[in-house]
Each structure stands twice: as structure tokens, then as C-alpha cells.
Write a protein that binds this ligand. Structure first.
Ligand code: ZN
Length: 232
């Protein structure tokens, strides 16, 4: 099983109007490093630099991605793939530190559509990798041996998770498939995580069930400590 490390990329302060603000205003933003034999794979890159509106609204306390990877012996040049769970600003912000390099960026086409449709969806400068590096997916895809992107819509229409399988073990990086791990336990689409749109709410519950049905030993999350299913 490749080593999977949580990267504490940022802490943000949610504005009062944020749907998850009731659950706590100060929120951690985690990404994940998968040390795969084919090269380092990142899942999400945190909050980026240079967007005054985001800095004012969310007061991010960021850690530079390269500085987080260096003590683990991973150079930015060694990153072969980035999976953005979705393209909100706190999941793709440090993508640019890997632009014009060798890394491939895996994202669902529905996310690209969302970015194109709404100028406030994210910061496009962070979200959109240069065309030659972009790998746009429509559904599931194995991106390296034992590493499979799973479409898990709900939080956004193009949200995706990552399944890592090796040695008979399964670990999932569920990212923002839920806001809080209790939502995985209860199989609910919370107001904190999913817009009150019936299709998205139904999709969110289906995504939760899909991940649990894979019987992972752990599900790592973007904004909450990991979920560990009870032993069968
Ligand atoms: Zn989001």
C-alpha cells in the first residue's frame, strides 16, 4: 500500500453566511499525498495566493505546498498527478505551483463546466491547468495502478474521490464527499455540504453509500478527521 499522508494545507475562517459556519468558523483544509511507485500523486492543493477577495472573506492561514512536501522527501517536480476533488478555491489553490511541469491534472468535466458558467465559482487562475496538462474525466478512471478516481457528485456536480487499493487493502480519499464524518455514518446530505437541490442531495447520499459499499478501512476527508467504519 503506498503511503498516504495528510497535508495540512490551510486553516480558513468561514464567513457567517457560509452554510457550514454553524458547525465551527475555523476550518482545516487537508490535501493528501500518495507516494505511489509511479510518482507522487496529490489530492487537492489547498488555498492559493493572490486573491484579495478570498483573503478578506476567509482569512486563510496557508502553508506553501512545496514546503509541506520537502520534509517528506518529495520535490514538486516529482509530482506526476494532481486530482482535484472539485474546483472550489480551497481545493485547487496551489495548482499553479505545478503548472508548466510534468504533472497531469485530473478533474471531472462537470467541474470545468461549473467554472466556465460562474465567475464566482472559484479563482480560474488556480482551477484551470494549462490545456496540455489537463485530463478531463467523465466518471471513474484508473489513473495509476491501484489508484482510481471515483465520481462522487453531491457537494458539487463534478466532485470526485480517490480509491487506493493494494495488498488486499482499500483506502479512500473522500475529500468533501461529506463536510463532517458523521454524515458518512448517518448517510445524509447535510445543509453544510450540499445545496438544497433534490438531484444533488440524492446524488450525495448515493455517493456516500457507494464509498461505504467498497468497505474501505478509512475514508480521508478535506475538512474533518478521517472516518473509520466500524469493524464488520
Ligand atoms: Zn467545496
Amino acid at each position: 500500500m503506498p503511503r498516504i499522508t495528510q497535508l495540512d494545507l490551510a486553516v480558513v475562517e468561514l464567513p457567517e453566511s457560509h452554510p457550514a459556519a454553524d458547525l465551527g468558523r475555523s476550518v482545516a483544509v487537508h490535501g493528501y499525498l500518495i507516494e505511489h511507485p509511479d510518482g507522487a500523486i496529490l489530492v487537492d492543493t489547498g488555498v492559493g495566493f493572490g486573491n484579495d477577495l478570498i483573503d478578506e472573506l476567509y482569512r486563510p492561514d496557508r502553508v506553501d505546498l512545496g514546503e509541506l512536501l520537502a520534509p517528506r522527501g518529495v520535490d514538486l517536480d516529482a509530482v506526476v498527478a494532481v486530482v482535484n476533488s472539485h474546483l472550489h478555491f480551497d481545493h485547487c489553490g496551489q495548482n499553479p505551483s505545478l503548472f508548466d511541469g510534468a504533472a497531469e491534472f485530473f478533474v471531472q468535466s462537470a467541474e470545468i463546466d461549473a467554472v466556465e458558467a460562474d465567475p464566482l465559482y472559484t479563482d480560474r487562475r488556480w482551477a484551470l491547468a494549462p490545456e496540455p496538462q489537463r485530463r478531463t474525466l467523465s466518471g471513474d478512471a484508473e489513473i495509476a495502478p491501484g489508484v482510481t478516481v471515483l465520481a462522487t457528485p453531491g457537494h458539487t456536480a463534478g466532485h470526485q474521490s480517490v480509491l487506493v487499493e493494494a495488498d488486499g487493502r482499500r483506502v479512500i480519499i473522500g475529500a468533501q464527499v461529506v463536510w463532517h464524518r458523521d454524515e458518512l455514518r448517518a448517510e445524509v446530505a447535510s445543509a453544510a455540504n450540499v445545496d438544497p437541490v433534490p438531484e444533488l442531495q440524492a446524488a450525495a447520499v448515493e455517493s456516500i453509500r457507494r464509498l461505504k459499499a467498497l468497505r474501505p478501512e478509512v475514508v480521508h476527508l478535506s475538512h474533518c478527521p478521517a472516518y473509520r467504519p466500524p469493524p464488520p
